[in-house]
Design a protein around this ligand. Sequence first.
Ligand SMILES: Nc1ncnc2c1ncn2[C@@H]1O[C@H](COP(=O)(O)OP(=O)(O)OP(=O)(O)O)[C@@H](O)[C@H]1O
Length: 302
Amino acid sequence: MSHVLAEAQKLSRTFGKKTVLHDVSLTLHGGTITGFVGANGAGKTTALRLMLGLLPGQGTTLFCGRPLSAWKAPAAIVGSVFGGVAGHPRHSVRAHLCMVAAGAGHTDRRADDLIDLIGMREAARTSLAKLSLGMAQRVGIAQAMIANPRILILDEPANGLDPHSIHWLRDFLRARADEGCAVLVSSHLLAEMEQFADRVAVLSKGRIVSEGPMRDLLSYADSRSAITVETPQMTELAAIVQAHGGRLQINPDHTGRITGIPRRKVGHLAADNSIVLYQLSENATTLEDFYLTIAEEEYRAR
Ligand SMILES: Nc1ncnc2c1ncn2[C@@H]1O[C@H](COP(=O)(O)OP(=O)(O)OP(=O)(O)O)[C@@H](O)[C@H]1O
């Protein structure tokens, strides 16, 4: 795996008497998009704000080996996006980015480069007030990119975006990761993260309940997926499935639910034993399913 660019350790935060984050640790690697997923209120924004020092709390975060405050030019280390863009509503995209560039010691040239980077040359004169959500999101991203940071942190960047904007965002973040950046993207839209992220950390009620490569989580989810069958020979099929290490339960609608055997093997077993199948389907396993399983197990453990 590529090198560690950011490391958050034991982040905790209490609001009043309620602890909303419990010892959250996260590692971000160069060249990798990490999805930070959890339901609304799980604590994602609080964790990201703590990491960036935007909110006080317990725990430490090192960016490229040091606390962010120890870097002379923190904007070259990490760029963050929380929501769209905050600026004067009557300012054009270009005027806004020129101001941001000037504030960071750059010329207008940097603003123009960023406008090209976010593909908004044609909308450069549009005022911030007239931007669509997707466009505002892009300007926010351009702002975070001002000093070409090595780490990008985005809180729910896909929230409310149309499919075209989501596609753009995915390609944009992938290109940054391919350049060696570490990218952290939070989302409650788990199915979406499946398409974005290489790694994923699942946050539930302020605790990391799972962390690892996306493909591991998906294959774990796969191993728990169930197959639905419909056959007039359910008892016979149940015995065959059991003899091959699987399990068949009858659903209330008289279909069967098979676990522990891959779908294709069920098809072959049925054919070999002359069992007529009216239906043989696999429930699509998504990160959503995985998350629900984890959340359910968490709930039962309480
Ligand atoms: N300033 C605050 N004062 C009191 N409680 C807060 C404050 N900020 C957040 N919380 C609480 O902390 C918990 C976590 O909130 P947070 O916004 O971090 O969750 P989230 O996972 O980002 O969810 P969402 O996607 O809805 O923003 C919630 O129960 C929220 O109500």
